[in-house]
Design a protein around this ligand. Structure first.
Ligand SMILES: NC(=O)c1ccc[n+]([C@@H]2O[C@H](COP(=O)([O-])OP(=O)(O)OC[C@H]3O[C@@H](n4cnc5c(N)ncnc54)[C@H](O)[C@@H]3O)[C@@H](O)[C@H]2O)c1
Ligand SMILES: O=C(O)C(=O)C[C@@H](O)[C@H](O)[C@H](O)COP(=O)(O)O
Ligand SMILES: [Zn+2]
Length: 364
């Protein structure tokens, strides 16, 4: 599928175990860019858990005549930091990278966001390939060009929009992914159903066993359909300017507060925080009269059936609300939420008062 962005358009290729075609994909994606055939060097960025998968990707790049250096970082959310970005800048300087040096992010959303941010900033922009290896990064973070790192008190607050030149998704790379990380990806998948596609939400309700068992056909549908939904949104509102792209932030006002209060790499991984966030924000919509209690119950039930948390009772409520006051979506000092009007449709609003938010968090 294509993410249509005029001169920055790119292909999202979804395969199952076709590593041999990666080199051809890179060649044709690079040929479509201004940097084209002059790309002779690459920095392949990964983490320790994913490093066992890097060999064929490095070999493919080398076979294309692209001399490839490898940076292996510690796994986990705390790697999405300015310190780790600085390490990658050091490496790019060391290998004398120039604007024809390609950055390849092989890993989950942490590696994609971090390496993407480095690619966006170094020499004011290097060509970037995303090779996502978690379900979450395959259905969400590898597509759309949001890259960045965390500030200790504000999630993703340092970043850029920098579209990749290509996204290579091999669903077979998920074979080594833990069940916990697999479920994290399913939180963002459920999100797509709530925000954009009631039929997809119903499919997720009907296919719990097949999806949790990672049945290949169900998995491919989940990945390809999620990417298509995201690609359509990003094509229409690349930089979150019209309000459309903001729909992808359903559950995230609360989720990002949970992550920064609990600590990056702490008790809640991003997908788990999004799971809690979707339940709390559905309850908020219900309390505002936007949806009925049956709709909230449907969201909560699906989150639970996929083995994801629905509450974070141990986190301090004042700290959560304080963290929400630093959310990127806020305007004129008001916290903004993306809330459901029904399954398949959401709206951005600043109409929730602090008391409303507190009430929605009360039972969470
Ligand atoms: N840019 C965006 O649009 C966007 C969208 C959603 C999420 N995100 C960001 O993505 C991050 C979360 O991404 P994530 O859930 O992929 O987390 P992650 O990158 O931390 O990966 C989760 C864990 O899985 C391991 N792993 C990765 N691939 C593996 C594989 N194939 N086999 C075994 N282990 C593997 C990693 O080493 C890590 O320990 C968060 O920082 C979130 O903010 C960004
Ligand atoms: O791509 C987007 O836009 C999203 O909102 C996708 C989210 O799942 C993702 O977590 C994203 O990183 C959040 O963006 P942010 O702008 O709120 O930091
Ligand atoms: Zn997310």
């Amino acid at each position: 599928m294509l993410v249509e962005l005029g001169p920055r358009s790119y292909v999202v290729q979804v395969v199952s175990g076709r590593q041999d075609s990666f080199a051809g994909f890179v060649r044709s994606a690079l040929d479509a860019t201004w940097a084209g055939r002059s790309c002779r060097r690459a920095l392949l960025v990964t983490d320790r858990n994913v490093a066992p998968l890097e060999g064929p990707f490095r070999a493919a790049l080398e076979n294309l005549g692209i001399a490839t250096s490898l940076s292996v970082l510690p796994p986990g959310e705390s790697t999405k930091s300015l310190d780790c970005a600085a390490d990658l800048f050091d490496e790019l300087v060391r290998i004398r990278a120039d604007r024809h040096t390609v950055v390849v992010a092989l890993g989950g959303g942490v590696i994609g966001d971090l390496a993407g941010y480095v690619a966006a900033s170094y020499a004011r922009g290097l060509p970037l390939f995303m090779v996502p290896t978690t379900l979450l990064s395959q259905v969400d973070s590898s597509v759309g060009g949001k890259v960045g790192v965390n500030h200790p008190r504000a999630k993703n607050i340092i970043g850029a929009f920098h579209q990749p030149v290509g996204v290579w998704i091999d669903t077979e790379s998920l074979k080594s992914l833990s069940d916990r990380e697999y479920r994290c990806g399913l939180a963002e998948v459920i999100k797509y159903g709530v925000i954009l596609d009631a039929d997809f939400f119903a499919f997720l309700e009907q296919s719990v066993d097949a999806i949790l068992a990672r049945e290949p056909a169900a998995l491919r549908h989940v990945v390809a359909h999620s990417c298509q939904l995201k690609a359509d949104v990003v094509s229409k509102d690349e930089r979150e300017e019209t309000g459309l792209r903001a729909v992808l932030n359903f559950g995230h006002t609360v989720a990002h507060a949970i992550e920064s209060v609990a600590g990056y790499g702490g008790r809640y991984h991003h997908g788990e925080a999004v799971a809690v966030g979707m339940v709390v924000e559905s309850r908020l919509a219900e309390n505002l009269g936007w949806i009925d209690s049956a709709t909230t119950a449907r969201v909560e039930a699906l989150v639970e059936r996929y083995g994801l948390p629905v509450s974070a009772p141990e986190l301090d409520r004042d700290a959560l609300i304080e963290a929400m006051t630093r959310d990127k979506k806020n305007q004129k000092g008001k916290i903004r939420f993306v809330l459901p009007r029904m399954i398949g449709q959401v709206e951005l609003t600043d109409s929730a008062s602090e008391a409303d938010v507190r009430e929605a968090l009360r039972v969470a």
